[in-house]
Design a binder for this molecule. Structure first.
Ligand code: FAD
Length: 502
């Protein structure tokens, strides 16, 4: 029995972060925790954040959500990866497909066999993505749920979702048991701190109502109402590595085909996303204001829509970086309040999810011992830095010189870990995943190869396989994958058959 358990939890903010926290914590703690969530209709939510990565499916499992019902409610589609266009050079395109690529043989990772084949045939062998079921399904715009490729050891399809951000928050809200989660609509105008230790004591709403609690979760978005506004936790600016600082977003009419992947297309001073939903496409142009005006950015966005714009474009300003302490005293910041890296690899919603997991595993009592918050902040930093490095690679490894922005990107100093990783890969074809890093070796491999970083050599053990056996090994894999993909319906057909909203 805990002597000072946290019994009253207050969540500030009803965006994706706030409702995700409410739903997961209510499920985890049940009646032992009284949760109140405050959100302001007047302020609203950021309203973007529509592409996800496969870990989001764990939320459904944890909450007992039926996937098809959820997709129907959020007008969702399925996502197998991200297509990067014009990043290395104009006209170049590659995929970061979820899931595995090929199979290792003994201790030697698959890429070494592929590299041997590629080098032997001087670059005219089947490309890396011929060994990815996700990539092949993307190329054919098909989708199917499949755990394994036939009876082979090849892993099957790994997928995530595209979802309507506003509807997803509402959907999560609907999963909360109102006996454990109380929603309060109102605008917070004051945060009161306890004199003796600076802990947050209570919040005052514009109506005069006072909301007090033992522990506070700040999901108030970029403003960081509690974590920064009241607790001055500090923000580390990462613009020297990730220079984009604005986005302009707009929904557009959906035009066929319904792609089972997100598109991220480089532009003169940034890049543009296209996210297919059932009822519309989500679009946005992320750019660097030093090199492009807001009007130019909006014009570029509108010029590259598939269908007509459905609303006025919305401008969003941000500073890439992270809160120095996401957990400070009796407050943890989640979502945009804890930091922001641009949505190039659709990581933000996942980082909310993993932060909630971290909070659950380190859940304090009312003293909030610093050993717990220090560990939380240490793990948060590792996660942020590894995602940052992955994003920086996309910019830094460009060969583009056509605009001042891309020339600037080529000169970005690489963070030390990233520089080491790139050099190791260049020299040996080896990639290692460190600790709890989010992206797997296969994710790194695709972006490294996609951005044109080719290893000088492969592992010598890959040469132990006789050439004919190598051909058979690779050929069989390609055949198995192609056969499996042929059994899938088109993505649009899959959505129509399983999760089309009425
Ligand atoms: P918000 O949605 O801003 O919510 C803040 C909440 O706090 C609101 O409910 C607001 O009313 C409330 N609030 C604020 N102040 C007060 C107050 N004084 N009183 C009461 N309530 C208050 N993530 C992805 O995973 N994939 C993507 O593709 C992706 N794309 C993105 C594109 C852009 C341009 C941006 C900026 C972000 C993107 N993200 C993406 C990130 C994603 O949008 C966020 O992580 C997610 O929406 C969570 O936002 P939030 O809940 O932290 O903040």
């Amino acid at each position: 029995m805990q002597s000072h358990p946290i019994q009253r939890l207050v969540i500030v903010g009803g965006g994706t972060a706030g409702w995700m926290a409410a739903a997961l914590l209510a499920k985890a703690f049940g009646p032992t925790l009284a949760i109140r969530l405050i959100e302001s209709d007047e302020i609203g939510t950021v309203g973007v954040g529509e592409a996800t990565i496969p870990q989001i499916r764990h939320i459904n499992q944890f909450l007992g959500i039926d996937e098809d019902a959820m997709l129907r409610a959020v007008r969702g589609t399925l996502k197998l990866g991200i297509e990067f266009n014009d990043w290395r050079r104009i006209g170049d395109s590659y995929l970061h497909a979820f899931g595995d690529i090929g199979l290792p043989l003994g201790l030697v990772p698959f890429q070494h066999y592929w590299l041997r084949d590629w080098q032997r045939r001087e670059g005219v062998a089947p490309d890396l993505w011929s060994y990815s079921i996700n990539a092949q399904a993307c190329r054919q715009m098909r989708f199917g749920r499949m755990e394994r490729v036939g009876s082979s050891p090849l892993t099957g399809v790994r997928y995530a979702y595209h979802l309507d951000a506003g509807l997803y928050g509402q959907y999560l809200r609907g999963t909360c048991d109102p006996r454990h989660v109380q929603r309060i609509e109102g605008k917070i105008v004051d945060v009161r701190l306890r004199a003796e230790d600076g802990f947050i004591e209570s919040l005052q709403l514009a109506s005069g109502e006072i909301v007090d609690g033992d522990f506070f979760i700040d999901c108030s978005g970029f403003r960081g109402l509690l974590i920064e506004g009241a607790l001055n936790s500090g923000y580390e600016n990462w613009q020297q590595w990730l220079p984009c600082d604005r986005a302009v977003a707009v929904a557009s009419a959906r035009v066929a085909p319904m792609r089972p992947y997100t598109q991220a297309s480089a532009r003169a001073a940034g890049w543009q996303w296209r996210i297919p939903l059932q009822h519309r496409n989500g679009n946005g142009h992320v750019y660097c204001s030093e090199y492009l005006s807001d009007d130019e950015a909006t014009a570029t966005l509108l010029a590259h829509l598939d269908g007509e714009a459905l609303a006025e474009p919305r401008m969003i300003r941000f500073t890439t970086g992270m809160r120095r302490r996401s957990w400070n005293r009796n407050c943890v910041a989640l979502g945009l309040a804890s930091g922001f890296m641009e949505p190039l690899e659709s990581t933000s919603i996942h980082m909310i999810q993993s932060a909630i997991n971290r909070l659950i595993s380190l859940f304090p009592d009312r003293h909030c011992d610093s050993a717990l918050s220090d560990e939380y902040n240490r793990q948060t930093r590792l996660e942020y830095e590894s995602v940052r490095d992955f994003l920086v690679l996309h910019y830094r490894a460009t060969e583009r010189e056509d605009t001042p922005f891309w020339r600037h990107c080529r000169a970005i100093g690489m963070p030390e870990h990233l520089a080491r990783r790139v050099e190791l890969f260049r020299q040996s074809g080896q990639i290692f995943r460190h600790g709890e890093e989010l992206f797997t070796e296969v994710g790194w491999l695709q972006v490294l190869i996609g951005q044109g970083i080719e290893p000088q050599r492969y592992h010598p053990m890959a040469d132990a396989l006789p050439a004919a056996e190598l051909d058979g090994f690779l050929g069989n894999m390609r055949t198995l994958i192609q056969r499996a993909v042929q059994t899938f319906p088109g993505h649009e057909q899959f959505v129509a058959g399983h999760c089309r909203a009425e």
